[in-house]
Ligand binder design. Structure first.
Ligand SMILES: NC(=O)C1=CN([C@@H]2O[C@H](COP(=O)(O)OP(=O)(O)OC[C@H]3O[C@@H](n4cnc5c(N)ncnc54)[C@H](OP(=O)(O)O)[C@@H]3O)[C@@H](O)[C@H]2O)C=CC1
Ligand SMILES: O=C(O)[C@@H]1CCC=N1
Length: 274
């Protein structure tokens, strides 16, 4: 199989939140709807996706037959059943990409035909706005061409970075789940604005634009986050009063613990368990 994704048929097996986000991004990037297939458990969901995107809804078995690249995007807990149904139908010249948290490439390799290339990818939902962060690791039969083909798919919706598979659970905790932490912080800060007497819409606008500005500075200034924070923190000013409260409440320690918990949960999902 060649390295280029152009003209290749791609199937999403399980097209929920992340599957749909990726699908919409691929189409925005110019992939022809006729080259994209989706599978769904429910007929209404299949109809919704075909109406919205003009892609073809097929059975899992047909996806395995017709597509060159299969992107498996069901929950880790549903992966066992999907593989049981599908493994015998996947020829070893297909590229199998798993977007599932936790499950190692070796788990797939033991269930698929000998030599089937498997690539594990952890994307995140900002693929919806072409600002995704996808972390990629090849299994033991994935060649450079397979990794390049995977990168082409995920770079069309943001950044992609190759890491050793041993780093995937940590990457899942950081970038896979990462957007949720920012939404959580923004939600809490909007509530703080309400506490301070601002109308909700004003609080929302102030915090969201501050988040956008801060994110762009983090990305583009080349400065360490400490430097950027110091530049906001005037002597005896307002910011240091807030930072003292954050430190008093152990927010840094809470984040360390939170990401460790996410990493551990990813490890627990390794067997597709509950
Ligand atoms: N959400 C995120 O931000 C990210 C998620 N992931 C990973 O992506 C995967 C999916 O997560 P997410 O999109 O959030 O979950 P969703 O539940 O939104 O999507 C999973 C979809 O798979 C469908 N499905 C389940 N079994 C089958 C089957 N046998 N055949 C066809 N379709 C099936 C479900 O159908 P039904 O609607 O009937 O339940 C559902 O639509 C997980 O493994 C997760 O770890 C990775 C990175 C980020
Ligand atoms: O919460 C989850 O398990 C998935 C994986 C990373 C983001 N969402």
């Amino acid at each position: 199989m060649g390295g280029s994704a152009t003209g290749q048929k791609i199937a999403f097996l399980g097209t929920g939140k992340i599957g749909e986000a990726l699908l919409s991004g691929l189409l925005r990037a110019g992939k022809a709807p006729g080259d994209v297939m989706v599978t769904a458990r429910r007929t209404e969901r299949a109809e919704e996706l075909t109406a919205r995107y003009g892609v073809t809804a097929v059975s899992n078995a047909d996806a395995a037959k017709l597509a060159d690249t299969l992107i498996l995007a069901v929950k880790p807990q549903d992966m066992g059943a999907l593989l049981e149904e599908l493994a015998p139908q996947i020829a070893a010249d297909k590229l199998v990409i798993s977007a599932a948290a936790g499950i190692p490439t070796a788990w797939f390799e033991t269930r698929l035909a000998a030599g089937t290339p498997v690539v594990r990818v952890m994307p995140n939902t900002p693929v919806l706005v072409d600002e995704g962060m996808s972390v990629i690791s090849g299994g033991s039969h994935a060649t450079e061409a397979h990794l390049v083909r995977t990168e082409e798919i995920f770079r069309s919706v943001g950044k992609a970075l190759r890491v050793p598979e041993s780093q995937q659970d940590a990457a899942t905790a950081l970038s896979g789940s990462g957007p949720a932490y920012f939404y959580f912080l923004v939600e809490a800060m909007i509530d703080a604005g309400i506490l301070l007497g601002l109308p909700r819409q004003v609080a929302h606008e102030l915090i969201v634009q501050s988040a956008i500005g801060a994110s762009i500075m983090l990305r583009d200034s080349g400065e360490h986050p400490v430097k950027l924070r110091e530049a906001v923190t005037s002597p005896a000013g307002t910011t240091i009063a807030a930072i003292r409260e954050l430190e008093n409440h152990g927010v840094r320690a809470a984040l360390l613990g939170a990401l460790e918990a996410a990493r551990d949960r990813s490890r627990e999902l390794a067997t597709g368990g509950k």
